[in-house]
Design a protein around this ligand. Structure first.
Ligand code: SF4
Ligand code: F3S
Length: 107
């Protein structure tokens, strides 16, 4: 089991999540973070930390975001590790809660 970052992280990237992870399994792209599914120990600490409510247990990922399970696995193999909180993206508040952000994902 792993935790998965879903759509609402895109263009927000608050990064509060990385601070609490005991195994440093977050990876950072230009406007989105992902969790490495083979490194996550399923501790659930990150889920309540995300101001955008973008983190789900793998078995609770909403139906319309199921493709994010594969996306986290894929991108965590190529993006660099992130272990410290940084400023959110400049328009985070504006994008928080917007639907259909997947086409905004930068790789
Ligand atoms: Fe890290 Fe725990 Fe979140 Fe997995 S569930 S990403 S181990 S904080
Ligand atoms: Fe993204 Fe939430 Fe972490 S917006 S960077 S999953 S705190």
């Amino acid at each position: 089991m792993t935790f998965v970052i879903g759509e609402n992280c895109i263009k927000c990237k608050y990064t509060d999540c990385v601070e609490v992870c005991p195994v440093d399994c977050f990876y950072e792209g230009p406007n989105f973070l992902v969790i490495h599914p083979d490194e996550c120990i399923d501790c659930a600490l990150c889920e309540p930390e995300c101001p955008a409510n973008a983190i789900f247990s793998e078995d609770e990922v909403p139906e319309d975001q199921l493709q994010f399970i594969e996306l986290n696995a894929e991108l965590s193999e190529v993006w660099p590790n992130i272990t410290e909180k940084k400023d959110p993206l400049p328009d985070a508040a504006e994008w928080d809660g917007k639907k259909g952000k997947l086409d905004q994902l930068e790789r």
